[in-house]
Design a protein. Structure first.
Length: 330
């Protein structure tokens, strides 16, 4: 199957086929054999309010419980507004793991950051939005317009893909690099013409501000993946701890898919975002988590090659060089 024919259902099926109650192998037995001297006192996890699974895992305290039984004293959650700053912290060793979209790891690897891909999941829905009363009706009408997105974020990639469907590139628009909070103000203030962003910001813009969708990731040409990334030194030194974290995130992911409306209330309480917004987010999301396989590596490599060809990253990278393989599975 080629990347062009890859769709969300196939990707979810691929992850489901590799998934099990312990996604990264016999983690329980590996944990039992882990000497306390090799355990960190604290595990530091990056999170975003826009990531429902991270919100739920943090709220429920399941990672804390699992790691405490293993011998890790505490878990520290460090909030980030979007992916690139999180990966800067991750590469510098300020945090140990976190979840981002498909694009930040490409920039991080090109910059020589010390990190690895640890797991893959489906990206949250993204959309290219315009204000309610905008005269713009089609993607083609974005030519020469100001389009906001987070530089190096997954929205950066979605913008490129969306423009390509109508024969445009970033050179045909005026990119405005803004984090979600700043983009929200610019969007509502009429200072930009369009905005590419992910859920729940996408749902908030629709429901609170009446934003119109020009394109979204229900179009399989625009779909992408998200990744749990880890600091390379942490992954190599504490593989059983990382596997346990991923296993608990996997369990939360499965439960979220089975009970989206029930869990929307939990996410609302934890994030401060209305439950109605989360119901919309969960209703159009797909829930899966698994190891990074050949399909995801090929998907990321195609993205990296595209970015190099466009001059967005300075050099050729090989994605497979930073894919973590749990040594306990060898």
């Amino acid at each position: 199957m080629t990347l062009k024919s890859l769709n969300r259902r196939h990707f979810a099926a691929t992850l489901a086929a590799t998934a099990s109650p312990l996604l990264w192998g016999a983690a329980t037995s590996a944990e039992a054999q882990t000497p306390s001297a090799t355990l960190p006192k604290e595990v530091r996890l990056g999170w975003q309010k826009g990531s429902a699974i991270q919100v739920l895992a943090r709220k429920q305290g399941v990672i804390e419980q699992r790691l405490k039984a293993l011998g890790v004293e505490s878990v520290k959650w460090v909030e980030f507004q979007f992916g690139p700053p999180m990966l800067e912290a991750l590469g510098a060793g300020a945090i140990d793991a976190g979840s981002v979209g498909d694009t930040p790891p490409i920039f991080a690897q090109a910059g020589g950051s010390n990190l690895v891909y640890a797991a893959a999941t489906l990206s949250p829905p993204h959309a290219v939005l315009v204000p309610r009363n905008s005269p713009i009706k089609t993607l083609a009408e974005l030519k020469g317009k100001k389009v906001a997105f987070g530089k190096g974020s997954s929205a950066h990639n979605v913008t490129i893909k969306a423009l390509a469907t109508v024969g445009l590139t970033l050179r045909d628009i005026e990119p405005v690099f803004l984090a979600p909070a700043d983009a929200t103000a610019a969007f509502n203030g009429g200072n930009i013409d369009a905005w590419t962003v992910w859920d729940p910001y996408y749902a908030i813009a629709e429901q609170r501000y009446g934003a119109r969708v020009l394109a979204d990731t229900s179009d399989k040409r625009l779909t992408s993946s998200s990744y749990y990334m880890a600091n390379r030194d942490f992954a190599n030194k504490h593989p059983a701890v990382l596997a346990a974290v991923l296993d608990e995130i996997g369990k939360v992911t499965v439960k979220a898919g089975r009970n989206p409306e029930e869990l929307a209330a939990v996410a609302a309480e934890a994030s401060g975002i209305d439950a109605k917004i989360w119901v919309s987010v969960f209703g159009r999301s797909e829930f899966s988590l698994g190891p990074v396989g050949e399909t995801q590596i090929a998907q990321q490599q195609q993205l990296a090659d595209t970015f190099q060809a466009l001059g967005i990253i300075p050099r050729k990278i090989n994605v497979t060089d930073i894919v973590w393989r749990n040594p306990g599975l060898r």
